[in-house]
Design a protein around this ligand. Structure first.
Ligand SMILES: Cc1cc2nc3c(=O)[nH]c(=O)nc-3n(C[C@H](O)[C@H](O)[C@H](O)COP(=O)(O)OP(=O)(O)OC[C@H]3O[C@@H](n4cnc5c(N)ncnc54)[C@H](O)[C@@H]3O)c2cc1C
Length: 484
């Protein structure tokens, strides 16, 4: 406690000093001039407001901002920037859209923030091969708008309008993963500027095959690497046919146990749900208030089914039978796009509805994932722990994958509360590990889960990661302080 108070007095982040600065030396005017010569004067900023904006994401972490922000216009410039930084020993911080939830963009040692949003071309759609090549500034919403009339779509949707390469960097997923997989399943190839300045095509230049047994899986290595191994400058992604028809449904349950049991039973019955999301009673209440809705305040499942008219009928009927058997009430469904989005409004605004529970506070989202058979026990226990903790929080989950979040509201100026939130998150992470799960289903390790990563993969696992990192980034300049 004394440490926390001291840290707060010094203006440091009390989360174990992760956010304190270990400056490698202020950037010289010559160095900044060299960066400017690469990107051009309009594409570089050292102003405090811009640096501040790039020194944080949507998480509760607040850190020192980077020393300078640059917006490269093409991959050649990215290579030159990286080479310059590496020669001078300056940390390199890739920045997508800053929607991350684990402090991934925080400049713990200062350095150069490389904002990739100006590289935003959709390079090529291979309609017959169901794939697309995008630059790092393209967001998943922009891609789906572009694909609107093609009969294809990209289903990985983390809720926020994140950049697709940022999503690859964090191994993101979201509501559709139960049917279509996560970024790990949907990235076919990546172009990566390595710390050496070389350009790597993880699956070979221009390749976009569906399967391969050729050597080590370099694409897999960079998905989830959180900017610590290189800068992703293009991604080849797998596309999917737009489903013939879609039905959304919601139903309320008498208990958390009944809602989560229904999820397990629906999956065990092999009903091919596209989305199955859980919101607890506190979350539903918050959503009702925030989005002016009138849902029953009870543990609730939101479901979505994709398929032909005929198969949808069967899926819906089976899911209704299972949920009713578990005591569900208020089963409602919607087919038309407008009705569906009204039905899903609560889920879509859940993060902001939770924030509105304590205006002025920051949100911290835990992110564990367990084998589906262990989901009921951990969600029920977490609900009890949350009540006992005295913290303000809600539970929301992509339960079809065994993945759920507690959104905890915390006053960033209250070090004692920050400490309690961290302790709660660590305890939940350890609970998931004890059930053979993972400490992060989709948000990544970032700043705060490095200890949990060690516990998850063990000493040998972490050592192999360290060696890989040292091989690619021997000076430790790629997004330092994250993951390892
Ligand atoms: C309301 C809300 C809901 C969310 N829901 C979900 C969810 O359901 N599922 C989910 O997975 N996430 C969710 N997120 C988190 C977030 O959207 C994802 O982590 C997303 O993948 C981050 O992408 P970004 O472009 O914003 O990356 P940033 O926040 O900019 O960066 C994240 C990390 O990736 C690195 N990075 C970014 N771009 C590159 C690049 N081109 N090359 C190398 N490294 C790079 C950064 O250095 C950093 O370490 C949510 C966030 C919010 C605010």
């Amino acid at each position: 406690m004394a440490f926390l108070l001291r840290a707060a007095r010094w203006g440091l982040c009390p989360w174990r000093g992760y956010c304190s600065r270990v400056t490698k030396g202020a950037l010289s005017e010559d160095f900044v001039a060299a960066l400017k010569a690469v990107v051009g004067a309009p594409h570089i900023s050292t102003t405090a407001a811009v640096r501040e904006q790039h020194g944080r994401d949507e998480s509760m972490y607040s850190c020192q901002p980077p020393d300078v922000v640059v917006w490269p216009q093409n991959v050649g410039q990215v290579g030159q920037l990286v080479a310059l930084c590496y020669r001078q020993g300056v940390p390199i911080l890739p920045f997508g859209t800053g929607t991350g939830l684990e402090g991934g963009v925080c400049a713990v040692q200062g350095g150069v923030c490389i904002n990739l949003t100006h590289m935003d071309r959709i390079v090529k759609v291979n309609t017959e091969d169901f794939s697309v090549v995008v630059e790092p500034g393209v967001t998943h919403r922009a891609l789906n708008t572009y694909l609107r009339d093609s009969g294809l779509w990209f289903p990985v949707d983390p809720g926020a309008d994140a950049s697709l390469c940022g999503m690859a960097a964090t191994g993101a997923s979201g509501t559709n993963a139960v049917r279509y997989g996560t970024m790990r399943d949907n990235v076919l190839n990546l172009d990566v500027v390595l710390p050496s300045g070389e350009l790597l095509h993880t699956a070979g230049p221009g390749r976009h095959f569906r399967k391969s047994a050729a050597g080590y899986n370099l694409t897999g290595l960079f998905v989830g690497s959180e900017g610590t191994l290189g800068l992703i400058t293009a991604a080849t992604l797998r596309l999917h046919p737009v489903p013939e028809a879609t039905v959304a449904a919601t139903c309320a349950f008498p208990s958390v146990q009944a809602a989560v049991d229904s999820t397990v039973h629906i999956l065990q019955a092999a009903v091919p749900v596209a989305r199955i999301e859980f919101l607890d009673d506190v979350m539903m209440d918050a959503c009702n208030r925030y989005s002016k809705l009138d849902y029953v305040v009870a543990p609730t499942l939101f479901l979505e089914f994709h398929g032909s008219e005929q198969t949808l009928e069967e899926q819906l009927q089976r899911a209704e039978e299972i949920t009713k058997h578990n005591g569900a009430s208020h089963f409602s469904w919607a087919k038309e796009a407008e009705q569906r989005s009204r039905l899903w409004a609560a889920r879509h605004n859940a993060w902001y509805a939770a924030m509105a529970l304590r205006p002025g506070c920051k949100g911290y989202s835990t992110d564990v994932c367990v084998p589906i058979s262990r989901l009921p026990e951990i969600v029920v226990q977490t609900k009890e722990d949350l009540k006992a903790s005295g913290l303000t929080g809600t539970i929301v989950g992509h339960v079809g994958d065994g993945n759920f979040h507690c959104i905890l509201l915390v006053d960033p100026k209250d070090p004692e509360e920050l400490h309690r939130v961290k302790a709660f998150a660590q305890q939940l992470g350890r609970h998931a590990l004890a059930l053979h799960g993972t400490c992060t289903g989709e948000h990544g390790i970032g700043l705060g889960k490095r200890q949990l990563l060690q516990e998850e993969v063990g000493a040998v696992g972490v050592e192999v990661m360290r060696r890989l990192k040292a091989t690619l980034d021997p000076r430790g300049l790629m997004n330092p302080g994250k993951v390892l």
